[in-house]
Design a protein around this ligand. Structure first.
Ligand code: FES
Length: 371
């Protein structure tokens, strides 16, 4: 580290010499810090040449292009249709919502990176330095060196000489900053009952008629369709019930062995006992993992565990699907089951507990807290 003025070595430049230019101080500062300037020359011998101006216009265009794409990102984020109304094809605008967000933000970041790189490569002076590393705090001289270094860099960048470029950079960066904070707007919106009501809700989605269980192809589900110790994925038998519109509804219908079903009946949480949530040896659990929402559908009939492949959470099938391993902390909600007079399964009600990961205003669950 450099010494204070009093400790100056004979070969050091006297910084109080008024004849020293800023560049002299800059170079001396580097030298005392063990950095030698091997080569230094302005990128353009004469400032303001046509070539330099052209390069400035290119950099400015890149900044402005970045700002344009960031603006398009914000516009698309707010106004582009994104809600699914049943299955969508590639012609439907909502199919393009996510790609458009990705493309506009990606291009904006790419252009601003190109702008900064081009500025550095084509407008800054050509400089080659060799630096030695050392330890220590900063002396008064060092601080002065730092100041002159910053001033020199600002001068080299031409921030004062190139106000047009600075304005273009700000114009480009401002919408990009907006693009970074715009998605926070999604947190302001009231989600309504989106997180608590699923496609199994008869009042909301089936005119008050109980919602039957169906397979992905629309076939209604009867008990004899599931073998003992077998399981199938079921969806609410309503329009679009197996589509993304009802992404929180997929449910695993399991037919337990009689002995396992007996154990589960004894373990049932009171809220499930009250509504007789099981039907015979059948039980239905939400398929949406309560960790971060992957499908928890690997059923191990020997150990009576449901496994989530994403982060290895495991749920005990014969104990209300309570979490017993991994990061999930809440049980998989049970769908109360019944069989109607025509022999088809139906949901006696929606899930008693919101399915999927926890959220900030999720109703509290005394049954879980007691576990
Ligand atoms: Fe299931 Fe993480 S989403 S364990």
């Amino acid at each position: 580290m450099s010494a204070h003025n009093d400790d100056r070595r004979p070969d050091e430049v006297d910084l109080s010499d008024p004849k020293l230019s800023r560049f002299d101080v800059y170079r001396e500062g580097l030298r005392r810090d063990g950095i030698e300037i091997i080569h230094y020359e302005p990128r353009y011998a004469k400032p303001g040449t046509k070539v330099e101006k052209r390069m400035e216009r290119i950099v400015a265009s890149l900044f402005l292009g970045s700002g344009l794409f960031a603006t398009l990102f914000v516009v698309a984020y707010i106004w582009w249709p994104w809600k699914y109304d049943g299955a969508a094809t590639w012609r439907d605008p909502q199919t393009w919502y996510t790609p458009i967000l990705g493309i506009t933000l990606g291009l904006s970041l790419l252009l601003i990176a190109l702008a900064v790189l081009t500025w550095a490569k084509k407008l800054l002076p050509v400089e080659e330095l060799v630096q030695e590393r050392h330890d220590g705090g900063s002396s008064r001289d060092d601080r002065r060196f730092a100041e002159s270094t910053v001033d020199t860099v600002v001068d080299d960048m031409g921030l004062k000489r190139r106000p047009f470029l600075v304005k273009a950079a700000l114009l480009g960066a401002a919408p990009l900053g907006l693009a970074a904070v715009a998605p926070l707007g999604g947190l302001i919106k009231d989600p309504g009952d989106m997180l608590t009501v699923t496609g199994w809700n008869a009042e909301k989605h089936n005119g008050g008629e109980p919602v039957r269980l169906m397979l992905k192809d629309g076939a209604l589900v009867r008990p004899e369709m599931v073998a003992t110790a077998g399981q199938i994925t079921v969806f609410p038998a309503i329009e679009g019930g197996a589509s993304n519109e009802f992404a929180s509804a997929p449910t695993l219908l399991i037919r337990l062995r009689a002995t396992d079903a007996e154990i589960l009946r004894e373990n049932l949480y009171p809220m499930y006992q009250d509504v007789e949530a099981m039907w015979g040896d059948f039980v239905a659990y939400s398929k949406i993992c309560t960790h971060v929402g992957c499908p928890a559908s690997l059923y191990e009939q020997q150990t009576q565990r449901l496994l989530c492949p994403c982060h290895q959470s495991q749920f005990n099938v014969i104990d209300n699907a309570a979490p017993i391993f991994g990061p999930a902390t809440r049980h998989l909600p049970m769908l109360p089951l019944g069989v109607d007079e025509e022999g088809y399964f139906y949901a006696k009600s929606d899930f008693l507990v919101p399915p999927g990961p926890a959220f900030w205003n999720r109703p509290s669950l005394p049954e879980e807290d007691e576990q």
